[in-house]
Design a protein around this ligand. Structure first.
Ligand code: PAF
Length: 279
């Protein structure tokens, strides 16, 4: 494993490494969800690049940015086992942004107007800025992203195509704790009481799935909101079922035929998201 903080030196080093090159972009605080991406990249590529960078432009909340877990020494220790076909990019913001730490402006084809895009202004422009930088400079053959950030995955797929980049974007299934909680770096910030409640996001999605084909979607949304009212310390931000490609909400007057359920909720200072195929 070799670690770089400069994209130019890393590009030079990668230029004589065997392809295909698989990239796993992360913000660190690595957990089994990330390892599932790295392991898929290891299986499908001759060279694997992992980035660890807490991208400032994708945080709409300064507090969230400042509290985001940063554990670079233990992350690097955990990546070591993947051996010498692995390269790690751990830049400072200057390496990517120079002295103007700002998002570029992308046409995201309306995929950013709902859910996380609506609740977190500018978030997806920040994600698109940093991911397009990675894909343009390192030109990976494959790039791996978790389905936990499903809207992010759809947006990255969109910008890759609209920019004519050759990288194949590969979405990987959500990895869950034994009780069903989707793994996330933010879980490490939960108190033990919050951790017990956090699983309600997944249980709420399962509750919705068990009723989604029986009642009109309008009624289902009310049922899910009422179900969350049972948990005082958990504030539902949104529950929506959308078409998995366009991310547009399904018809309010019909029961579900196919779609993906998305949920976001606040637990104390932490905001968690999850999603589930409802078909
Ligand atoms: O999903 C993440 O960890 C981040 O949004 C990503 C894709 C690494 C971009 O900063």
């Amino acid at each position: 494993m070799e670690v770089f903080d400069s994209s130019l030196s890393l590009v030079k080093c990668l230029s004589n490494k065997p392809r295909p090159l698989g990239m796993v972009p992360t913000m660190g605080a690595l957990h089994p969800g990330h390892f599932s991406l790295i392991e898929k990249a290891m299986e499908e590529n001759q060279t694997v690049l992992i980035s660890i960078f807490i991208n400032p432009t994708q945080f709409n909340d300064q507090n969230d940015f400042e509290n985001y877990p940063f554990q670079i020494d233990s992350d690097l220790e955990k990546i070591k086992k993947y051996g010498n076909k692995t390269f790690v990019y751990v830049p400072k913001a200057f390496d990517i942004y120079g002295d103007r730490v700002q998002s570029k402006s992308f046409d995201l084809n309306g995929l950013d107007v709902m859910m996380e895009g609506e609740k977190r202004a500018g978030h997806f422009q920040g994600v698109a800025t940093v991911v397009s930088y990675f894909l343009e400079i390192f030109r990976p053959n494959h790039a791996y992203f978790g389905e936990k950030d499903f809207q992010q995955l759809r947006i990255i797929d969109h910008i890759t195509q609209s920019m004519g980049l050759k990288t194949k974007i590969i979405g990987c299934p959500i990895v869950r704790e034994s009780d069903g909680l989707a793994m996330s770096s933010r879980n490490s910030l939960l108190t033990s009481e919050e951790r017990k409640l956090a699983v309600k996001l997944f249980e709420g999605l399962q509750f919705a799935k068990s009723h989604a084909k029986k009642v009109p979607y309008r009624a289902l949304k009310e049922m899910v909101a009422a179900w969350f009212d049972n948990y005082d310390d958990l504030a539902l931000d949104y529950f929506q079922i959308t078409d998995p490609k366009t991310l547009k909400e399904i018809s309010f007057d019909e029961p579900l035929t196919k779609g993906r359920g998305f949920i976001a909720a606040h637990l104390g200072k932490i905001r968690l998201i999850d999603n589930l195929d409802m078909s």
